[in-house]
Design a protein around this ligand. Sequence first.
Ligand code: SAH
Length: 684
Amino acid sequence: MKTFCGRANPTTGAMEWLEEDENYDYHQEIARSRYADMLHDKDRNVKYYQGIRAAVSRVKERGEKAIVLDIGTGTGLLSMMAASAGADFCYAIEVFKPMANAAVKIVEKNGFCDKIKVINKHSTEVTVGPDGDMQCRANILVTELFDTELIGEGALPTYEHAHKYLVQEGCEAVPHRATVYVQLVESKRMWSWNKLFPVHVEAEDGEKIIVSPSEMENCPGVPSVCDIQLNQMPSSDFTILSDVVTMFSVDFSKPVRSASTYYRVQLEPVKSGKAQIVLSWWDIDMDPSGMINCTMAPYWVKSTSAFQWRDHWMQCVYFLPNEEPVLQGEKVYLTACRDEYSVWYKLQKARGEEENKADVRVESPVCRCQAHLLWNRPRFGELNDQNRTRQYIESLMKVLKTDSVCLCISDGSLLPVLAHYLGAKQLLIKTVAFFYFKFFKANHLEDKIKIIEARPELLTSSQLEDKKISVLVGEPFFTTSLLPWHNLYFWYARTAVTSHLTNNVTVLPQSASLHMMIVEFQDLWRIRSPCGTCEGFDVQTMDDMIKNSLNFRESKEAEPHPLWEYPCKSLSDPQEVLTFDFRKTVPQHCLSTEGSVNLSRKGKSHGAVLWMEYHLAADISVSTGPIQISNEKGNCEWNPHCKQAVYFFSSVIESETLSDLPSAVTYAINFNTKTGEIAMDFQL
Ligand code: SAH
């Protein structure tokens, strides 16, 4: 069956109706899912297997039959482990239909049909009894329902329900327990993802400072977790203020309560500084003794020998509502509040215990300043990047005149404010207004900059106060952009407002270019790599399913990844492949290019990385791609605020051994100006 879905095209801005196969969501879910990554997580799999064997033995030693409940079975992996370990029967519950179907096939292929019953239901819908889904309650509870924040995928309510209705009292649980750890740090880099730092502008009439509204000062921000590959954060980017402490733990073998609550620990800072960030991760003990432990601890906490790369579990960064100076040795209280699905933190000075307790409120954080609704964390980081701001300031100084009428087209941009301080007389911006009112008020700019809320093609002369625009600026940045070239929306907007521009209008950036490089990933290739067998179980059905979903769209697509979190080495020099001239309107015809890139370093060509560069003014460009590439090894350092586009070469990723390394990669890239889409093809 086909359905039609309406959406605004991220590049052209046009409303379009796409015909979608009704399975499209399923395919997206599977193609972008973390199943492959979980199956590659050797450390996790081995420890689950050990834990499951130990639990089955304990039950057998008691002379009982081992009846397993596996909630969220996915491929059926943990149930197959249990059956192999001697379990008498397993109930494998999976809510996601395509996965439940896959589990049925995989269980059958591995010969466990008589031991494992796959039930395609949410666990809370499962019935127990002679006519129910389960004949009786289970005495072993196995699950893997954890996300980076531990509880974000609903593990607590699921356990709470399972203990009430699906398992016996005193059951064995694998994992047995989870523990959440925290460490207090000061980090300008991470804090810059949460607050807008004052921006200094050297104007002709002295230094001007752009400030944020006072509401931002104590704003708790948004509740969504900030999960990152903390192992890619160099130790020079943060200062440790406390030891690692246990914040809370959950015993999964006992009844679990999911209702909102809080936990509190006393910390003695090991160093004086500004407490800004709580770093957090968890570990799981697969058995009660704690001998089988799987940990997400970052590199400075655990020995590197035990290191396992994984993307399905990372580490969390929590922002305190405001920074708090702490003194070495002077005790403070850290409180973790949680509801059913998320966690947030507060820090208090050690006053009277009672006084502190009265302060604890467990409502989830809500952004009061509106900035956190407009800017996500990488965007905060980008706006706080002083080098980047300096380049925009220099460029604006080159193009602005005292009689400039300036229109800015970008979401949540500081450019209008910079342009105002640099002398432009008239400024108009086209943007989401809600935050700007507060922001302009804080900077006394209400009557200096006019906010126009209109789609570019609907812009009228009267909205522009009958003025022609002499300078059109954009970063460009749009919140709807996922892939680097989606910000070409600026070009379409520029084309739509052409009748409002003066003949000799200056457009900043004057042009953009698309760049490409062939890379070998240290680890990221794993998320696209087939698994074959996992701990001795044939899971090829899953590989085929992922492949089918990836090929669902006719042409293969590039996907966005923040590469500062995923180390890679360049195998070719970066190459400019397409340019887009913003001084002219978007052409009718397609822009296409073909060519080949030489591979100058040895390695596996896992894929091509693509990014945009913006040419602001003569000699000034900003890049959303690599900042630095080391000469000898080719290790890349990437722009820390942007996602780059990654096009995986499946032929390389899927072959175990590549006998001949290619010496060049040929490419064909086509930018369809009608649809705003970039199609690409590579041959090795
Ligand atoms: N157990 C597998 C897969 C884990 S992924 C493995 O370890 O490899 C978690 C799976 O649980 C997902 O497929 C998700 O759809 C499913 N799930 C999450 N909560 C569930 C619930 N309450 N009931 C049934 N399935 C659930």
